[in-house]
Ligand binder design. Structure first.
Ligand code: SAM
Length: 261
């Protein structure tokens, strides 16, 4: 264990660089903030590669576990200043513990449809807060995976990870191109239910034959005609007021539970 006080320390620079997607993509690493989230990672089999903590956090009973897991995986543990924690988190009021973990993406081909009754696919999701909230909801509802179709925002961005509240470690994540998803969907054994504002079917009357796969569209454009055509049925969640659509993460939550989550 060591103490770091300089912002120009190589480890501090490396952790700060993980705010950039390019750096996350190249290293395959990401940042999870807060002792609770770090412990969640450890409890689900992910040891931190780097563990930075403030002076006060050193005495927390769970820190011993976090430190042991990090050192056991040959990772680095360092006590850092409040200033460093703020810079690493880009927050004035940073969490007292920051962990750097390895990203984990599954492959479409490795998914076992029998493993869960509800699965989620998101087309070109753009907002990290929406994506993190959907991952958290998918975890709560026991979904098999969250499948990211096409160019999506990064589930391992600091903003998305924050919004998952620790569920980033618990949910299988898959990246697929539109072509890969289209080919893979043909062998899906259950219902594929798309969501369209122009649909005439009420989401409550759809056949969610397990394993049900719900397909959600982009925040601006909605579901593209090509992907809507892949679905067994497209449904709409009724809206009675003046809102012309629901927020993507809210709509996904409603669909996940309607599908049996
Ligand atoms: N302007 C977009 C459109 O025309 O579809 C709005 C997209 S909406 C903000 C983002 C996604 O949330 C949609 O593609 C759909 O998957 C889901 N969504 C939002 N409101 C919905 C509703 N009432 N019924 C079904 N899906 C909905």
């Amino acid at each position: 264990m060591s103490a770091i006080t300089s912002l120009s320390n190589a480890t501090v620079k490396a952790v700060r660089a993980l705010h950039m997607r390019k750096e996350r993509d190249e290293t395959g690493l990401f940042v999870a903030e807060g002792l609770k989230n770090v412990i969640e990672g450890i409890d689900t089999g992910h040891a931190p590669q780097i563990l930075l903590h403030g002076k006060d956090a050193a005495d927390h009973p769970m820190m011993r576990k976090a430190v042991a897991a990090t050192l056991g995986a040959r990772g680095q543990v360092a006590e850092v200043t409040q200033d460093i924690l703020a810079k690493v988190s880009r927050r004035d009021n940073p969490q007292a513990v920051v962990g750097v973990f390895r990203q984990a993406f599954a492959e479409l081909a490795d998914l076992d449809p029998k493993a869960a009754t509800v699965w989620v696919a998101l087309h070109r999701v753009r907002d990290p807060g929406n994506l993190g909230t959907i991952i958290r909801t998918a975890d709560a509802a026991g979904c098999g995976a969250v499948i990211l179709v096409g160019e999506c925002c990064d589930p391992y961005s600091v903003e998305a990870v924050r919004a998952t509240m620790g569920s980033i470690f618990a949910v299988s994540l898959v990246k697929a191109t539109e072509a890969e998803f289209t080919a893979w969907r043909t062998s899906w054994p259950g219902s594929v239910v798309g969501t369209l504002l122009s649909a005439t079917s009420d989401h409550r009357s759809a056949d969610y034959r397990a394993p049900a796969l719900v397909l959600m569209g982009n925040e601006q454009q909605g579901l593209t005609p090509d992907l809507a055509a892949l679905c067994d049925v497209n449904v709409k969640i009724p809206m009675r007021g003046r809102a012309d659509s629901l927020n993507l993460s809210v709509a996904t939550g409603i669909m996940i539970y309607a599908a049996g989550g």
